[in-house]
Design a protein around this ligand. Structure first.
Ligand SMILES: C[S@@+](CC[C@H](N)C(=O)[O-])C[C@H]1O[C@@H](n2cnc3c(N)ncnc32)[C@H](O)[C@@H]1O
Length: 285
């Protein structure tokens, strides 16, 4: 690494090429107003890699695989991983007190199998999947007799590796009710980290996945898609929604953030609130 590199100013044409690469690979639209931000972030990667030319770094990036550490470091500069457990509490109240309560009683009556598949799309460091697992552990009292699968995916290799560790700091844990903390987490390596207990870990699985690509999985009963499409243009949003639709079971739910901006792409779904959608009768998995 060198701090004495002489890096020339990035040109508009170079920035446009970087923006195109970001868009093609991730769906994220970097607006021309973000030019200064993008050039500052690029400069940081040039310094870190010791590469002194935007052209050479661009060519280097183009050749990198999605799981390459430098590609991930570059992605980190342009994406936000902001997340925490129990983000948007009203959604978790619905999940626990309506969704889980309903499926548990229907399963008890023998009217549905004791299986549950949930996908947390763009899960960042795994806070959302672990929130899902906490609620299930609380509300499905005979969970050991269920087949439960919670898939968390993200485009960031570092984020997925972090999610697999299932350890959370105070900030990530700040909304976790005390009772849940005690039941489902233990203090990890040092006093500042909470480690998910085995029950939560046994249900969660984390994979690297780009939402622009189809996901090769069995249908899900519920998909969470939150705080990821804000910087996508309508074409990329459409691609993501089409990919998600393919893995929604009939009568499955889709939970978005209120700001996701996808309501107009979900016309064939039933809208139960600004963030809760359900596949229609005619939709097949
Ligand atoms: C702000 S976090 C959202 C985390 C969580 N869903 C929440 O709401 O708390 C956004 C995540 O989207 C991921 N992301 C961005 N573009 C993506 C893409 N094309 N495919 C999959 N994940 C993507 C980023 O890596 C980041 O971890």
């Amino acid at each position: 690494m060198s701090t004495a590199l002489s890096i020339q100013e990035v040109t508009d044409a170079q920035l446009a090429r970087y923006a195109k690469l970001i868009y093609e690979r991730t769906g994220i639209h970097v607006s021309p107003q973000k030019k200064t931000l993008l050039s500052n972030r690029l400069r940081r990667r040039l310094r870190a890699t010791g590469i002194d030319s935007y052209e050479i770094y661009f060519k280097h990036l183009q050749g990198l695989a999605p799981n390459d550490a430098e590609w991930d470091a570059f992605l980190q500069e342009i994406t936000t991983h902001e997340t925490y457990l129990f983000r948007d509490m009203a959604q978790w109240d619905w999940f626990r007190d309506v969704f889980l309560k309903d499926i548990a009683s229907v399963a008890r009556a023998g009217k549905r199998p004791k299986t549950l598949r949930i996908w947390s799309a763009a899960c960042s460091t795994g806070d959302e999947p672990h929130t899902i697992a906490c609620c299930i552990a609380d509300r499905i009292t005979d969970a050991s007799r269920w087949q439960i699968e919670i898939l968390g995916t993200d485009i960031g290799t570092g984020a997925v590796a972090h999610a697999r560790m299932a350890e959370f700091g105070q900030r990530a844990m700040h909304l976790v009710p005390d009772g849940y903390r005690r039941r489902f987490f233990s203090k990890a390596r040092d006093e500042t980290l909470w480690s998910a207990k085995e029950q939560l870990r046994s249900w969660t699985r984390f994979e690297l996945h780009n939402l622009l690509e189809p996901l090769n999985e069995q249908p899900f009963d519920l998909v969470f898609l939150k705080n990821v499409l804000i910087y996508f243009d309508s074409q990329s949003k459409q691609r993501v929604i089409d990919n998600i639709r393919r893995v929604l079971a009939p009568k499955a739910y889709l939970v978005t953030s209120a700001a996701e901006g996808v309501a107009n792409l979900l016309k064939d779904m039933e809208h139960l609130s600004g963030w809760l959608h359900r596949t229609g009768k005619s939709q097949s998995a």
